[in-house]
Design a protein around this ligand. Structure first.
Ligand code: ADP
Ligand code: MG
Length: 221
């Protein structure tokens, strides 16, 4: 798998990352193996089950968030409004489960030149983080706007916000403030958007919330 990842990856630093992430994936799997062995001997199994599942979730997230990013990129003209709408629908149940109101305002008929899977993956990560940062009763709003040559996707939450220190670390490998977080999603998402000639900008105020602005070029017609 590592050899394939590296071969598929044109970007040198992403190739190096593949090796270090593969190493990182081994840790939770080793922990799971240990607990499975203990299960055979011990009676207090509930706690072990919890740990096993949480470590498996972590391994799954790392692989999922990273593998999507390392596949070779194929661009085509896609409908950005459809793409954003699908991301919002996909995460609606997750928002509901977290007691978060997920709202959207999407300008129709915007074409861009991009890779649909990667763009969706990046947007899923941004919206998922917004939901996870937002307390019960809070809200996450996704906006899609366009100018003559640019498209802007805005993901705004009324969540925890980030300190200056946290904002500085955001987008670096393994930075997470979550108990079973991976610290990979944001880094990979920003990189994917940059590979589409786009930019990602964060504005955040502690306890007030965060706004992520994703800017992508429009198709020249
Ligand atoms: P993970 O979600 O697994 O922690 P990410 O790379 O997706 O990893 O995010 C890294 C960290 O950035 C999060 O743990 C969180 O502290 C911070 N973060 C990202 N998005 C937001 C947001 N919208 N509001 C507050 N904090 C955020
Ligand atoms: Mg995340």
């Amino acid at each position: 798998i590592i050899a394939e990842l590296v071969a598929a990856e044109k970007d040198h630093t992403m190739g190096e990352l593949a090796a270090s992430i593969a190493h990182e994936v081994r840790n939770p799997l080793t922990v799971v193996k240990g607990f499975i062995q203990l299960l055979a001997e011990d009676k207090s199994q509930a706690e072990y089950h919890k740990l096993i599942l949480s470590e498996l979730d972590r391994a799954e997230s790392i692989i999922y968030e990273y593998l999507n990013a390392s596949k070779p990129q194929e661009n085509s003209v896609i409908s950005l409004d459809n793409c954003v709408e699908q991301v919002v629908s996909l995460l609606a149940p997750y928002a509901e489960k977290n007691g978060v109101l997920l709202d959207s305002s999407i300008k129709p008929s915007i074409q861009i030149n991009s890779n649909e899977n990667k763009l969706k993956q990046a947007l899923i990560n941004f919206v998922k983080n917004a939901i996870e940062a937002t307390p019960d009763q809070g809200s996450v709003t996704v906006l899609l706007k366009a100018t003559k040559d640019k498209t802007i996707i805005e993901i705004k939450d009324t969540g925890s916000g980030m300190t200056k220190e946290q904002l500085k670390q955001l987008g670096t490998a393994y930075f997470t403030t979550k108990e079973s977080g991976t610290g990979i999603g944001t880094m990979v998402s920003i990189r994917m958007i940059e590979m589409m000639d786009g930019t990602v900008t964060y504005k955040s105020a502690i306890t007030k919330g965060t706004k992520v602005e994703v800017v992508l070029p429009r198709v020249k017609s």
